[in-house]
Design a protein. Structure first.
Ligand SMILES: *[C@@H]1O[C@H](CO)[C@@H](O)[C@H](O)[C@H]1NC(C)=O
Length: 180
């Protein structure tokens, strides 16, 4: 399934319109301008895709979705920009180049057009990390760094917070209990 019906476009829309909701705003920076201007690019994405969509839908005979609800939920999470970047990377590195090799030359232009906008979006996501309020997935190294910065005091901090950890463990395991 190269291109599914719901496809990436709804994911893009979900991500970008989180930030560009309703009213027009006066942008003070490039990231804001990119997001506010994105509907124009979405139009290009959709019109490019409309030239090739039938071909892919006719040839798609698998029932399972690739870009399913799990993907959408992850895009909407605080780590959304990382997820979005990974998906764009997958399309840019694997899906679109394979598609471009496989089709007649008539279809190459819309595929390229989609790829160019994806590439641009991927760059902007990286540049505008703060604007997208994108959180990194939690990393244990942040705790270890803080511990080390506390030098000798870190030990007392870590041991002094054991009661907190017991609560976390209790909550976690309680959430895993089978419902009777
Ligand atoms: C979505 O797809 C992924 C990968 O194929 C799979 O692991 C996940 O269970 C699917 N989620 C749903 C809700 O079907």
């Amino acid at each position: 399934m190269l291109f599914s019906r719901a496809l990436l476009l709804s994911l893009l829309t979900a991500l970008l319109f989180e930030y560009a909701r309703s009213k027009r705003i006066n942008c003070k920076d490039k990231c804001c301008e990119f997001v506010e201007g994105f509907p124009v690019r979405l139009k290009h994405l959709r019109s490019s895709y409309s030239q090739i969509q039938d071909y892919y839908e006719e040839n798609d005979d698998l029932e399972t979705a690739l870009l399913n609800r799990t993907v959408l939920e992850n895009v909407k999470s605080p780590y959304g920009c990382h997820v979005m970047k990974e998906i764009l990377y997958f399309y840019l590195e694997t899906v679109l180049p394979t598609a471009a090799l496989e089709v007649k030359s008539l279809y190459k232009k819309p595929i390229d057009a989609i790829g160019n906008i994806f590439l641009e979006l991927k760059r902007e996501l990286a540049k505008c990390r703060n604007y997208f309020a994108c959180e990194k997935p939690f990393e244990i190294s942040t705790i270890k760094d803080s511990y080390n910065q506390m030098a000798g005091k870190g030990l007392y901090k870590a041991m002094g917070e054991l009661d907190l950890l017991f609560n976390y463990i209790e909550n976690y395991l309680a959430s895993k209990r089978q419902k009777a």
